[in-house]
Design a binder for this molecule. Structure first.
Ligand code: GLY
Length: 341
């Protein structure tokens, strides 16, 4: 088992290890939570693990809330439904929400936790690789609006994150590839050794997850509210979000990030902003994990879509570029300059 401390405003642990879910009831007790628990999950994960988790928490007063699966349900309507259920079940401010699922469940349940009674505690139990290494850590919660992804949300840190690799046994291969997009991202921006580990055969998943979480925890500790340093976690994301949108969301998030990293790196190399060789290395790794190549996507065609990214400040944009493999920087420019580059 590995335990990583996230030094946010209110620090918390991320525990990583096979079978760690079985320690959830005692971990909740250690948080001083002895009241009601609302387990929020979706239909897919609920079908696989809903009963098991409810039984595991059996000694406690559990309210079980299942939302529909899929990005289209990452919405204010879903949050409203969850809030109504919490109120019907009379959860109080001292009670606890457990978000059991992938990134969408974590973001939606976390946002409901941030809103309900102006904020109740929650625990993240991620069941996908992507959620384990990225979205469950760092306190970003929220939903999509018609105008775009993640446009409504709140920073609300969990009290605990439990990453149990056993959940990955039922993870579809395509979902695993999504997680790998974020894993490769961490290596690119902060740890060349992680990239080397990923390039070599084998490699323990627990260690890889733990290293990603360590890197994320470091960025969150430096910049919890995403004003500077934390933005480096968006390597591959500006174009990745544009690719998701251009594909009508047929390309899922992690794979879009994989293509986004390839495209931005190639673009930066051609302009002398990143040393040559980085894009080749990223391509070799994303290919190794069978991720989409996205050969038809070019940065020049995507700036226009990227111009609607919520992270833009007016026409200014901060691109995350690589200084070298394992080290990144923010390159401040404007959409006009990019469209003319
Ligand atoms: N997923 C990027 C962040 O948490 O900042």
């Amino acid at each position: 088992m590995k335990k990583i401390r996230v030094n946010a405003g209110r620090p918390y642990d991320v525990v990583i290890g096979k079978g760690e879910i079985n320690n959830l009831p005692s971990a909740i007790n250690k948080l001083g939570k002895s009241g009601k628990i609302a387990v929020v999950t979706d239909r897919n994960v609920g079908g696989l693990y809903g009963e098991k988790i409810t039984a595991l928490l059996g000694g406690k007063d559990v309210c079980y809330v299942e939302i529909e699966s899929g990005e289209e349900h990452k919405s204010m309507n879903t949050v409203a439904d969850i809030l109504e259920k919490l109120a019907e079940n009379k959860l109080t401010r001292s009670d606890l929400i457990v978000a059991l699922g992938g990134g969408i469940v974590g973001d939606v349940a976390g946002f409901a936790a941030a809103c309900y009674l102006r904020g109740v505690d929650f625990v993240q139990v991620p069941t996908t690789l992507l959620a384990m290494v990225d979205s469950s850590v760092g306190g970003k919660t929220g939903v999509n609006l018609s105008a775009g992804k993640n446009l409504a949300g709140a920073f609300h840190q969990p009290r605990l994150v439990v990453c149990d690799e056993d959940f990955l046994a039922t993870l579809p291969q395509e979902e695993f590839k999504n997680g790998m997009g974020e894993v490769i991202k961490y290596g690119c921006i902060a740890d060349k050794n992680l990239l080397e580990k990923l390039s070599s055969p084998g490699g323990g998943l627990e260690e890889i997850i733990a290293r990603c979480v360590e890197i994320k925890a470091d960025f969150v500790a430096k910049d919890e509210f995403d004003n500077g340093e934390r933005q480096k976690l968006n390597f591959g994301h500006t174009l990745g979000h544009a690719i998701e949108k251009a594909s009508g969301f047929a390309v899922p998030h992690g794979q879009a990030v994989g293509i986004g990293m390839r495209v931005i790196c190639r673009w930066a190399e051609e302009r002398g902003l990143t040393p040559k060789g980085c894009a080749d290395a990223i391509e070799a790794l994303t290919d190794k994990f069978g991720m989409l190549k996205g050969e038809n996507y070019r940065a020049e065609d995507l700036w226009n879509i990227a111009a609607n990214d919520k992270k833009l400040k007016g026409k200014n944009i901060s691109l995350v570029l690589l200084k070298e493999l394992g080290s990144s920087y923010l390159y401040k420019t404007t959409i006009d300059a990019l469209e003319n580059s």
